[in-house]
Ligand binder design. Structure first.
Ligand code: UDP
Length: 405
């Protein structure tokens, strides 16, 4: 099948860890590669955000990445991209009408991609599948006035859900959110993200560490909602352990990064500065080594649409202490593959971390179960197969627009 992935701000080729580059980039890259491995023809359309980018590049995963000229050829914050989506969709339509390649299905990632995809899909008669990755209602609830999303985001997300051919929800929590938003349940199929079981495996090199100091690892974009402040506060309750924070700008820029500075200041205040280390952004290929170096992974977000880092840790045979939010409630089985604690509660988190660090047998049990769960339920091959099946369903429905086109 010819598949167009639309991922306006999140290029599968991006360096991860920065403010707007994380799970969606990984998801689009891995899903596209898995679909290519299953014999499909995949093109990923992402915004051209630098002047020196070629129009199209073949990614190592065997899919093409097409850089769409929409807005300035320079980095633009995700929340300022909406005005450029019309140009994005016009470019797609012109390209598909005029070229030798046109998709049979469009899969949009994030709401703004959805808008561009829907407009292009309507004009060309190609069905649209939507994955939100994150929802404006949830962001607004947790971030309040700090949420810089465009005001119309929530309304657009509702309309998108009603208008596209199918919505892929990544976890049960998202289904509830979408139903409350007004998206019909009948439009949705739950297909969780996968994890790369080759990159993330128990055997392989591990990042250097002190053998006698237990390591608590936490990974993510350095943004407040990822809960790093809670993790630092929790370290007061785990006095022998070190906390390694992976993500954010490259190591050389941490000194000037305002949020990294805040985290360091907090670690000073809590008296744990000598046990908290910020590493900065790590290339995706080296992430496995960091997980393998850890005794446990902490994922402490306030909310989490899916959450790849717990799953990546699990695939490396590393137990997880996570907050009971969003997709983490589906991936981490409480008391079996890890522990779940309430969000924004340093005491509950610190107590769980300490208990697990003090109990080798429990850690071993969690690690074994976590690895088994990641391998049996979250391979990309399985996720891609289910998604391809769904593409097949939407392309067989007769569409009046297609007849006109
Ligand atoms: N990641 C990375 N290098 C970093 C920080 C993060 O490769 O320095 C990757 C991480 O391995 C995961 C993704 O970025 O694949 C983060 O995804 P997650 O779903 O946890 O968070 P999101 O960014 O979607 O909020």
């Amino acid at each position: 099948m010819r598949i167009a992935m639309i991922s306006e701000h999140a290029s599968p080729l991006a360096v991860l860890g920065g403010e707007d580059a994380g799970g969606q980039n990984t998801h689009v890259a891995e899903l596209s590669a898995a679909l290519v491995a299953a014999g499909h023809d995949v093109r990923v359309y992402t915004r051209r955000d630098a002047v020196d980018l070629p129009v199209a590049v073949r990614a190592p995963g065997g899919y093409d990445v097409v850089h769409v000229p929409a807005g300035p050829a320079e980095p633009v914050a995700k929340d300022a991209l909406l005005p450029h989506m019309k140009e994005f969709s016009h470019w797609l339509v012109a390209r598909w009408r005029g070229g030798d390649w046109a998709p049979e299905v469009i899969h949009a990632h994030f709401w703004m991609s959805g808008l561009a995809a829907l407009a292009a899909g309507r004009q060309t008669g190609v069905p649209v599948v939507q994955t939100y990755h994150a929802l404006g209602t949830v962001k607004r609830r947790h971030q309040g006035v700090q949420d810089t999303s465009p005001a119309r985001r929530i309304g657009y997300e509702r309309e998108l859900g009603r208008s596209v051919d199918r919505v892929i929800a990544q976890c049960q929590d998202e289904v509830g959110e979408l139903v409350r938003l007004g998206v019909p349940r009948s439009k949705m199929t739950v297909i969780p993200s996968g994890v790369n079981l080759t990159t993330f495996a128990p055997l392989g090199p591990a990042a250097e560490r002190e053998p006698d100091t237990p390591r608590v690892l936490t990974v993510g974009r350095l943004v407040e909602r990822k809960g790093f402040q809670t993790v630092i506060r929790a370290m007061e309750l785990a006095p022998r352990a070190e906390c390694v924070i992976v993500g954010g700008p490259p190591a050389g820029l941490l000194e000037t990064d305002p949020y990294a500075r805040r985290l360091r200041a907090l670690a000073e205040t809590c008296g744990v500065a000598d046990r908290v280390r910020l590493v900065g952004a790590v290339p995706r290929e080296e992430m496995g080594a960091w997980y393998r170096s850890a005794d446990l992974l902490v994922a402490a977000p306030w909310y989490e649409p899916f959450g790849l880092t717990p799953l990546e840790a699990m695939a490396c045979g590393v137990p997880v202490v996570g907050t009971a939010v969003g997709g983490i409630k589906d991936t981490v089985v409480d008391g079996v593959t890890g522990d779940l604690v309430p969000a924004r509660d340093p005491k509950a988190l610190g107590t769980a971390v300490r208990r697990l660090l003090d109990d080798r047998i429990r850690r071993f049990g969690y690690a074994t179960a976590a690895l088994r769960r990641a391998r049996s339920s979250y391979s990309w091959a399985t996720a891609a197969e289910r998604i391809a099946e769904l593409y097949g369903e939407v392309t067989t429905v007769r569409r009046p627009t297609r007849v006109v086109a």
